[in-house]
Write a protein that binds this ligand. Structure first.
Ligand code: ATP
Ligand code: MG
Length: 366
């Protein structure tokens, strides 16, 4: 059978530390998985983070943002490192990442937490509890209490010093994150749990009202609601009950970190940040790991799985995404492990060799 060839342009932002090593692996995996599905990529590699600071004096050069905006999807390695830790705020690598998210207008952050059968022992939870966990946290990223006004410091009626922030959500903000969450649940197992504090907070009562309104567009998705304190508890008590979780910025910040600890494998976890239109941003959740940079020790699988998310959630290429996910599982089944996920009896490999093994597994799929 011949397939119509499709072309996508991808901006690669290798960044700092282990970023270039893991991006190089993910790029090769994308090329191969794409070619098997009749997909071709134009890659454009651009400077970002500390390496951009050293090169041109800013963490996000204009040309990098422009290239990212013009492309179909952006794949980022990692940014930052000791070298730039003492820089002023506007000259920090991390500031470049905030500018990139802002520039791409990505308001939805997707973070899966999957306990793979091969890595169940890495979980912080008991085996029976951890086994089979496969959930996704969809976090609102550009609104809520982190951005709401008024905010600041002041004094109250008694002349006492105070600090204050405001949780605000407008209709359009809840509606658009809810739609991303319903679409995500639809691509997964069809269950969505909206997490809020609607028993106490008006912003949460409003959130819940809008999520219920949007649910009418997705009759095939099963919607439930949970208070955030209960959700935090349920995540460690019985995480298997969750498929897709949608929540506001601050609750999502906390719950997504909690969920990632359930898996115990930071080197395995991908993420996606999506907007309404325009390219999504895909990156591993781990940092630049300067302690192991340039030693061929990094686990590239978080970035490889981010590339799979790029295909699935960024380009709608679910078959090519599935090829990559299957290849990662196959490689783990064969016993290959980087140092971070190694345990006795496995085959210890470096970043490059892990990449080559994933390529072999992609190649051997019919
Ligand atoms: P951030 O840059 O987000 O602040 P961090 O400093 O909190 O990140 P990381 O850079 O992610 O943390 O590294 C934390 C630890 O995990 C380090 O010891 C690092 O070596 C290890 N680590 C992180 N990512 C990987 C990976 N892909 N493969 C192997 N080890 C990793
Ligand atoms: Mg750090």
């Amino acid at each position: 059978t011949t397939k119509q060839s499709k072309r996508y342009s991808i901006t690669l932002l290798p960044g700092d530390g282990i970023g270039p090593e893991v991006i190089s692996v993910a790029k090769n995996v994308l090329i191969l998985a794409g070619s098997l599905e009749g997909i071709e990529f134009n890659f454009q590699e651009m400077p970002m983070g500390g390496s951009a600071l050293d090169l041109v004096g800013v963490p996000l050069p204009d040309e990098t943002l422009l290239a990212a905006k013009k492309s179909d999807a952006v794949l980022l390695g990692a940014i930052g490192g000791y070298k730039w830790d003492k820089n002023e705020k506007h000259l920090k690598p991390e500031t470049g990442l905030l500018q990139l998210r802002e520039g791409l207008e990505v308001f939805a952050n997707l973070r899966p937490a999957t306990v793979l059968p091969q890595l169940v022992d890495a979980s912080t939870l008991k085996k029976e509890v951890a086994e089979g966990v496969d959930l996704m946290v969809v976090r609102e990223l550009t609104g809520g209490i982190y951005f709401g006004k008024p905010r600041g410091f002041g004094t109250n009626e008694d002349g006492e010093e105070i600090g204050f922030n405001t949780e605000v959500y407008a209709t359009y903000e809840v509606d658009r994150i809810a739609r991303v969450a319903f679409e995500t649940a639809r691509k997964r197992h069809g269950k969505l749990c909206s997490v809020d504090k609607a028993n106490v907070l008006e912003a949460s009562m409003f959130w819940r009202k809008r999520v219920i309104a949007i649910a009418a567009e997705y009759p095939d998705v099963e919607l439930s609601h949970m208070y955030v304190d209960n959700a935090a508890m349920q995540l460690v008590r019985n995480p298997k009950q969750f498929d897709t979780i949608v929540t506001n910025n601050i609750f999502g910040d906390i719950l997504s970190d909690e969920a990632s600890m359930i898996t115990g494998s930071i080197g395995m976890l991908p993420s996606a940040s999506l907007g309404s239109s325009g390219p999504g941003l895909f990156e591993p959740i781990h940092g630049s790991a300067p302690d192991i940079a340039n030693q061929d020790k990094a686990n590239p699988l978080a970035t490889v799985l981010s590339a799979a998310m790029l295909l699935k959630y960024g380009l709608g290429e679910e078959n090519a995404a599935k090829r990559i996910e299957n290849a990662v599982l196959d490689t783990l089944n064969k016993g290959f492990r980087t140092g971070d996920i190694y345990s006795a009896g496995n085959k210890l490999v470096g970043c490059k060799e892990m990449g080559e093994e994933v390529l072999k597994s992609v190649d051997s799929q019919v």
